[in-house]
Design a protein around this ligand. Structure first.
Ligand code: PLP
Length: 441
């Protein structure tokens, strides 16, 4: 057999070859069936092989797949921008800038924020503050904002030191405080960082509403985002919500920030926006952010060859319409309560489960070597990989979430099945997960 020339995350791992998918299931070339318990990388939110999306793809391909954004606009791109505005906030205009990945969406968000201030004559505001235990993408700008040690460490000389505040990680509070007595010390740390750096140098602060890949689903306590928003407003700093993982229904609301009633200045979307049917993502800028740009140079200084291509736009539009028509966000809210409870019940039966947390169908399970002391496993034990591999052998796919911040956060996995998962399928998922953990521990 010829050797594979495809660069994969782990070159020595024997990856199964996927052949097809159907609903919440994926199949490999041996005929083995897997529950897609993480929607890939929290992406395939409406499940696999949905006929309506395939139809929309086909219909658009019959008309036109590609036009260049500086030569044409297109009906699908215009409709997609309007639909996103409608879904995100019916009361104010958000403008869409289309890109191809979540990393490009956050990186464009950062550029929009900087440009917003430049267009008003302020060229000093160019820093973007962010948190540790966060992930905003793999390109250099996005990685600069990411507090993900493992993904940063090789490229540190090329990165800005944007992560400057601690995560709202109550299970392992970085300040050894207990909510609500802490009075949101973690949120107030932003004020300290702003004072140190100088608000006159800071364009924006970026945060994932619920921390995903870097922390295994960290949900902040009540009042946290309001406090952060107040600090940003007081200091004339824009607030960017990285909704790449949480956006478009994943947490049981259209946006993650909807849980706290926050309207961000800029929103980055990806993953669930096209549910994996095509590569498209977006940066959405509010009217307030766009106004000086529209009155100034007139547009955003960015763009990719494939930005706003009609083929991807038509597919994303079909996905959003499918989610709306089938009331999938409401379904996520309901299923999420059921799945979270079932996974929390495992806590008493499986020793290595330290914490189970989440919103909607974005649930994190954190592992501990010692239940009482919350002692995390050592990096050498690599417990996350063991769990993920064993689960895959048993026909369940889950997402590894560990930022390599030894001593700061522990090993965790994300369970985030497609929105269409049924109760019996959730039961089956939990059974396989439990069996996996009992064998690994
Ligand atoms: N932002 C968040 C919150 C993410 O979870 C991710 C990917 O996991 C990204 C940005 C980067 O997205 P992409 O992998 O599509 O570039």
């Amino acid at each position: 057999m010829k050797r594979s020339l495809l660069i994969k995350p782990m070159m020595n791992d024997m990856y199964p070859t996927a052949t097809h998918g159907d609903g919440i299931y994926l199949y490999d070339d041996t005929g083995k069936r897997y529950i897609d318990g993480s929607s890939g990388a929290v992406t395939a939110s409406i499940g696999h092989r949905v006929p309506e999306i395939i139809e929309a793809m086909h219909e658009q391909a019959k008309k036109i797949s590609f036009v260049y954004r500086s030569q044409f606009t297109s009906e699908p791109a215009e409709k997609l921008a309007r639909k996103l505005n409608e879904l995100v906030d019916a009361n104010q205009d958000y403008w869409s800038f289309f890109v191809n990945s979540g990393s490009e969406a956050t990186e464009t968000a950062m550029k929009i924020a900087i440009q917003h201030w430049q267009e008003q004559g302020d060229f000093r505001k160019h820093k973007i503050l962010s948190r540790w235990v966060s992930y905003h993408g793999i390109t250099l700008g996005a990685l600069s904002m990411s507090g993900h040690v493992k993904r940063r460490e090789r490229f540190v000389p090329l990165l800005e030191d944007f992560p400057s505040v601690s995560p709202p990680y109550c299970y392992r509070c970085p300040f050894k405080q207990i909510y609500p007595d802490c009075q949101l010390f973690c949120a107030n740390e932003l004020e300290t960082a702003i004072t140190r750096i100088g608000a006159e140098h800071i364009a924006a602060f970026i945060a994932e509403p619920i921390i995903g890949a870097a922390g295994g689903v960290i949900v902040p306590p009540k009042g946290y985002y309001q406090q952060l928003l107040d600090i940003c407003e007081r200091n004339n700093i824009l607030f960017i919500a990285d909704e790449v993982m949480t956006g478009i229904g994943r947490t049981g609301k259209m946006l993650g920030m909807d849980h706290w009633g926050i309207k961000p200045d800029i929103i980055a979307l990806g993953k669930g926006m096209s549910a994996g049917y095509t590569a498209i993502a977006a940066s959405l800028a509010s009217e307030k952010v766009m106004k000086p740009i529209l009155l100034g140079s007139g547009s955003i200084m960015s763009g990719h060859t494939y930005s706003a291509n009609p083929q991807s736009a038509a597919v994303a539009l079909a996905v959003l319409e499918y989610i709306e028509t089938n009331r999938l966000v409401e379904k996520v809210e309901e299923s999420g309560v059921y799945l979270l409870q079932k996974l929390q019940e495992l806590k008493n039966r499986v020793d290595i489960i330290g914490d189970v947390r989440g919103k909607g169908l974005m649930i994190g399970v954190e592992f501990v070597a010692d239940h009482k002391t919350k002692q995390p496993f050592s990096a050498k034990a690599d417990i996350t990989s063991k769990v993920v591999e064993k689960a895959r052998d048993k026909g369940l796919l889950i997402y590894p979430a560990s930022a390599g911040n030894e001593g700061v956060n522990g090993d965790a996995v994300i369970i985030s099945p497609p929105f269409v998962i049924t109760k019996p399928e959730m039961d089956q998922l939990v059974d396989i997960f439990k069996e996996t953990l009992l064998e690994v521990q």
